[in-house]
Design a protein around this ligand. Structure first.
Ligand SMILES: NC(=O)c1ccc[n+]([C@@H]2O[C@H](COP(=O)([O-])OP(=O)(O)OC[C@H]3O[C@@H](n4cnc5c(N)ncnc54)[C@H](OP(=O)(O)O)[C@@H]3O)[C@@H](O)[C@H]2O)c1
Length: 186
């Protein structure tokens, strides 16, 4: 069972504009059945987790619900339930959420959908195993960062999927270790 932050990013490391826009991403060409594509990844997933803003984006932009797996939404608020979706609301320590997801996933992988801060919470808890990024050929200059903390990764796989440069990375260090490397180099 692997816990994966699977996301798309601009080349300069943003997953959404400051106004939560994703049009820069959604107009790009990708083959969901192609290399490192969405369809095979989604089949490997047994449970999902996302932050409140990501869930609200889906509610506002998608009519249905794309996921068949149980989905945890992290929020301090009472948000509407999407009809027909297995959505479970939770708050606080992601270690508790991870335990519940693992139980529900039946041995399949866990998908941290985002945003970057939620992925960071799993990394800080030592619960993030891999990061898969589909880099779109665009820079945004500002927005919501792909990962708001220092995290050391190793490159495991790379592929091109039409417009996208796709990377699969393993998490090899605890968050913050890049600072220690800087101190040693100085
Ligand atoms: N490019 C991509 O593939 C991709 C992927 C995912 C998301 N996105 C987009 O990226 C943007 C990310 O924005 P974001 O970082 O603000 O989004 P987010 O992670 O989806 O939501 C952040 C919110 O989630 C709630 N939250 C997070 N951790 C929590 C915890 N441990 N307990 C309780 N509540 C918790 C808080 O909301 P409350 O306290 O208000 O409830 C927090 O403000 C969104 O526009 C999203 O649509 C893009």
């Amino acid at each position: 069972m692997t816990t994966v932050f699977y996301t798309a990013s601009s080349l300069d490391g943003f997953i959404a504009t400051a106004q939560h826009r994703l049009d820069w991403l959604l107009r790009r060409d990708v083959d969901p059945d192609g290399p490192m594509g969405y369809n095979a990844f989604a089949r490997s997933v047994g449970a999902l987790v996302m932050g409140a803003a990501t869930y609200e984006w889906v509610l506002a932009h998608d009519k249905g619900w794309a996921y068949t797996q149980p989905t945890w939404v992290l929020t301090h608020r009472t948000l509407p339930q999407r009809a027909g979706a297995d959505v479970r609301f939770a708050y606080g320590d992601v270690r508790r959420v991870h335990k519940q997801m693992t139980k529900a996933a039946g041995g399949r992988d866990l998908w941290v959908v985002g945003g970057g801060d939620v992925a960071g919470q799993f990394a800080v808890a030592g619960l993030l195993d891999e990061v898969w990024v589909q880099f779109a050929p665009v820079t945004l200059g500002a927005g919501f960062p792909f990962m708001p903390l220092a995290l050391e990764l190793e490159l495991l796989e790379v592929a091109r999927n039409r417009d996208f440069l796709c990377g699969r990375y393993g998490v090899v260090g605890a968050p913050g270790t890049l600072d220690s490397f800087d101190a040693e180099d100085a």
